[in-house]
Design a binder for this molecule. Structure first.
Ligand code: SAH
Ligand code: SF4
Length: 376
């Protein structure tokens, strides 16, 4: 049966404890009311969990004893264990969280001046099969729940003591293919009683599921990054197969609509630089034409190779020439500088190293994000 619930709304399953991390503020208010509390108790509980990082009901002194007993009986915290962690020389830090059924998910924290960016995953694997992406090559396993997504931020802030100023959905998975949990988690990220991140500091990266993109503004307001990677349908059909369903003539207007009405906003276009594939002067020229009239930032991402891939990254000189060409046409373009090199905090390289170092197989490998410079 299709659920009529909105993202973040309470879904009670008889005989099963409710994972409080799955609930946004409204969901928490409703849940507490089912236990005889008032809506404001739900807000207090939400704040204890997300702002203060508490998981001990007895320490939540402004909740009545009766309500705390009800919570003990009916609620749980789905906080994953950190099973592996690795800091890098440049301050980048990654860790692996153990989810249910032996699934694992990785988060990466990237400090840069007074910013701290956390890159989160939305799915274990991905079904969209982009030809240059190691997550895509591994296939799809499952969606993460809202609790599993927000837990990545909870752990960063409350267990790893990171000051997270920005969150980007550039880890594993396609966030718009896991709509409700992603929206719920993004709303909690922005909530004043929780992490207080502004809409400019939570960025969803998508390969372009147009109908979901059109619905997104109804439920949440965030910044948008789009994995473009090609200036024509012909080439994008090969690199990003979802383009065959939602071609550029549908994607570009949907992106423009998304930022309409907010003059501060630009679309961040991600463009992985593939040697001889999408990096020539002719490609640059068509890209300039394609982006004309759309407030844009272009992030050129050197390709991160992985075993078995047919692609090579464009040379630094080629990437710089491409960037200069875009800048001359008035398109703000930057090249991602490599971060966390010594810990492989780059796409498609995590699994092998984790296996080497921890000697434990990661059942589901996580494709670490390629986080564009301008989002840091
Ligand atoms: N599914 C979403 C978000 C996760 S991927 C999306 O596709 O946007 C995050 C970014 O990493 C995307 O821009 C993706 O195209 C890029 N990426 C994937 N594999 C890569 C690789 N091997 N080298 C460089 N960037 C890669
Ligand atoms: Fe999925 Fe994004 Fe990788 Fe494409 S680039 S396969 S959408 S994770």
């Amino acid at each position: 049966m299709v659920s009529a619930n909105a993202p973040g709304e309470l879904r009670l399953i008889p005989e099963q404890k409710t994972n409080l991390l799955d609930l946004d503020r409204k969901g928490m208010e409703s849940f507490v009311q089912t236990l005889g509390g008032k809506a404001y108790h739900g807000r207090n509980l939400f704040k204890w969990i997300h702002k203060h990082g508490l998981t001990d009901f007895d320490a939540m002194t402004d909740l009545s004893k009766k309500l705390r007993a009800g919570l003990q009986e009916k609620a749980s915290f789905g906080i994953p264990e950190v099973v592996y962690e690795q800091p890098s020389r440049d301050g980048t830090h990654k860790w692996v969280l153990e989810l249910s059924c032996n699934n694992r998910v990785e988060s990466v924290f990237i400090p840069d001046g007074d910013r701290g960016t956390l890159c989160v995953s939305s799915q274990v694997g991905c079904s969209l099969d982009c030809s240059f992406c190691s997550t895509g090559k591994q296939g799809y396993n499952r969606n993460l729940s809202a609790g599993e997504i927000i837990a990545q931020l909870w752990v960063a802030v409350h267990r790893m003591d990171k000051r997270v100023t920005n969150v980007v959905f550039m880890g594993m998975g396609e966030p718009l293919a896991n709509f409700d949990p992603v929206v719920t988690a993004m709303n909690s990220m922005q909530d004043d009683l929780a992490y207080m991140l502004s809409k400019y500091r939570v960025t969803l990266s998508t390969s372009g599921i147009v109908p979901a993109l059109k619905r997104l503004r109804e439920f949440t307001d965030v910044s948008l990054a789009v994995s473009l990677h090609a200036p024509s349908n012909e080439l994008r059909d090969q690199l990003v197969p979802i383009n065959r369903k939602y071609p550029l003539e549908e994607l570009i207007p949907a992106c423009r609509d998304f930022i309409r009405g907010d003059k501060r906003r630009k679309i961040t276009w991600e463009y992985v630089m593939l040697d001889g594939v999408n990096d020539t002067d002719a490609h640059a020229k068509s890209l300039i034409r394609l982006l004309e009239g759309t407030p844009s930032k272009l992030n050129l991402i050197p390709f991160n190779p992985f075993p078995g891939t047919e692609y090579r990254s464009s040379s630094p000189e080629r990437i710089e020439a491409f960037r200069q060409r875009m800048m001359k046409a008035g398109i703000m373009a930057m090249t991602r500088k490599t971060r966390g090199d010594d810990i492989d905090a780059a796409c498609g390289q995590l699994v092998g190293r984790v296996k080497d170092r921890s000697r434990r197989l990661l059942r589901q490998s996580i494709n670490v994000a390629t986080v564009p410079e301008s989002l840091l």
